[in-house]
Design a binder for this molecule. Structure first.
Ligand SMILES: [Zn+2]
Length: 200
């Protein structure tokens, strides 16, 4: 994770990190994906596409209208995926509509695996093709497929701070992670609990 990043990578899963690109600051929604370029940066930082793809996309995607179309589609899909994650945290079954939407984007998947160097290690990455706006939804649709088929739903949780909208996959042994981050929400809640106890 890049300390300079403007995105949050605390979800332990790319789909949850994607949903966490829409946050809440003092009760107001804040969209961390404010442009097409933001979304491409996010895809690279989330390791869903290689850095080399970033430059390639920059060279080929210059039409502002098309870039805005992509951003709008990405945001609309994210809002439906947020609903899906909320359903999972509330032990509800995913809706047929969201499964159909994920399947729709999965059908546009084209490409294959490629090896890339990252911080002295070799990683395998799926090299997605980006020829039409709809192709930009594929990496997130694949992440959604992986969340739905490869995780324990009971570990998918929303941060316990009521005003915090962040979600995460609890990979702790004790299965008792309660907050998005101990530094922010966790600490604040612990201080509140401490003050409450002391007042009694
Ligand atoms: Zn939180």
């Amino acid at each position: 994770m890049n300390a300079q990043s403007k995105f949050l990578f605390l979800g332990n899963h790319p789909l949850l990190d994607f949903v966490n690109t829409r946050i809440s600051v003092k009760g107001e929604p804040v969209d961390l994906l404010s442009s097409f370029e933001d979304y491409i940066d996010w895809l690279v930082e989330a390791s869903l596409i290689p850095v080399s793809k970033h430059n390639e996309i920059g060279l080929h995607w210059r039409d502002e209208v098309e870039k805005n179309q992509v951003l709008e589609k990405v945001r609309a899909f994210r809002s439906n995926l947020h609903r899906l994650v909320t359903d999972l945290t509330e032990e509800k079954n995913p809706s047929t509509a969201i499964l159909e939407e994920i399947n729709y984007f999965l059908a546009f998947n084209s490409g294959g695996y490629q090896l890339t160097q990252r911080q002295g290690r070799i990683e395998k990455l799926f090299a997605y093709g980006f020829k039409a706006p709809v192709h930009f939804l594929v990496p997130v649709a694949v992440a959604a497929m992986q969340l739905l088929t490869e995780t324990e739903y009971s570990r998918i949780r929303k941060c316990e701070t009521p005003a915090c909208v962040l979600v995460f996959y609890d990979t702790s042994k004790s299965r008792r992670r309660r907050w998005c981050s101990m530094k922010t929400c966790g600490n604040r809640m612990k201080v509140n609990e401490f003050l409450k106890r002391r007042r009694k």
